[in-house]
Design a protein around this ligand. Structure first.
Ligand code: FMN
Length: 336
């Protein structure tokens, strides 16, 4: 039997990823420890959390964490966001100097912080600027052969989806792959992701197309890829507290059968190892705080989770936090 296309390698510019199951960039979530974890569960590729194209911010601790790719499986893809062509080019070079083999441009972020500066998805209102930014980014590392990819949405406003034009601009600029979240900026995260236009983009362009939005089961991953003809699928929120979703998808695509979820014992091991990695990466103070949301996601399907989380949030040290999590796993059960 032929392998499903999502389980085969994909070439992005001069780089090749092992399979076509990609971790979506999520600021505050898909940090270095999470990306390594997702790859250990079979994700073929992962994109780092964005850094804003502003040299004044690069020395900040948050940017340093975001531009730290230590221990990651190559090829490393790092994301940047910005609205000024020169600054964006600088940010691209900064990420390449940090070890990125692919740089991804974010034109999909809907949040105010990014949009107020007319970057992220707000840029979709100004296609001349989109062209200038992409040309500048591609040009900035053309001598090194570093592929530039783009992540965006269907458009800014509903009824004015301009992804077909944006895709053409991207292709002409030399963008090596295009990831599309099947929503507009106006949709934010509401309603359902729409895949029709992504199918049309795939039919009318030649660069690899990555479909994104609401892919949360192996069956959906298979269906969305087959419906759109996309070259890869990208998964964000469904991986929160469930980084093994990549192995579940791979298993389903290979066998047609659903893999059993991790046992309680395996879950405990995954969580405790993830905590260790977070503590090592962020240190005592930030490690403890950043771990909280992951712990909350992981324990969502366990008995007595609400009371446990309340107590866990009050732990102020990594040592205390690790201990209460370990203890909790001795008493809880899977709730379904
Ligand atoms: C908490 C959070 C942070 C995100 N941060 C980024 C980001 O830094 N860059 C980006 O391009 N998209 C970002 N996104 C969008 C995701 O990459 C993805 O496009 C979106 O969540 C839809 O995919 P999903 O339905 O699989 O989650 C973020 C989404 C969430 C929920």
């Amino acid at each position: 039997m032929n392998k499903h296309i999502l389980l085969t390698p994909l070439t992005i510019g001069n780089q090749t990823i092992n399979n076509r199951l990609i971790v979506a960039p999520m600021a505050g979530v898909t940090d270095n420890p999470f990306r390594r974890l997702a790859k250990s569960f079979g994700a073929g590729h992962a994109i780092s959390e964005m850094i804003i194209a502003d040299t004044a911010l690069y020395a900040r601790q948050k940017s340093l964490y975001r531009a730290n790719f230590t221990g990651e499986i190559a090829p490393i893809s790092a994301q940047v966001a910005g609205a000024e062509p020169d600054k964006l080019a600088q940010a691209v070079r900064f990420q390449v100097e940090n070890g990125a083999c692919i740089v991804d441009i974010n034109m999909g972020c809907p949040t105010k912080k990014v949009c107020r500066k007319l970057s992220g998805s707000a840029l979709l209102q100004d296609l001349d600027l989109v062209k200038k930014l992409l040309d500048s980014a591609v040009e900035s590392v053309a001598n090194l052969g570093v592929p530039i990819t783009l992540k965006t949405r269907l458009g800014f406003a509903n009824g004015q989806e301009n992804i077909l034009t944006v895709a053409k601009i991207a292709e002409n600029a030399g963008i090596s792959a295009l990831a599309i979240h099947g929503r507009t900026r106006e949709d934010f995260y509401t309603g359902n992701a729409r895949y029709e236009l992504i199918k049309t983009v795939k039919e009318t362009t030649n660069m690899p197309i990555i479909v994104n939005g609401d892919i949360d089961t192996p069956q959906k991953a298979k269906w969305v890829q087959e419906y759109t003809g996309a070259d890869a699928v990208m998964i964000g929120r469904a991986g929160q507290g469930r980084p093994w979703i990549f192995r579940e998808i791979a298993h389903y695509l290979a066998t047609g059968e659903m893999l059993a979820p991790p046992t309680l014992g395996e879950l405990r091991e995954i969580v405790l190892n993830h905590l260790d990695e977070l503590y090592q990466f962020y240190g005592e103070y930030s490690g403890c705080r950043i771990a909280r949301k992951h712990i909350a996601w992981y324990t969502g399907g366990l008995t007595n989770a609400n009371a446990f989380r309340e107590a866990m949030y009050h732990e102020e040290t990594t040592c205390g936090q690790y201990k209460v999590v370990d203890e909790f796993f001795k008493t809880t059960q899977m709730s379904k």
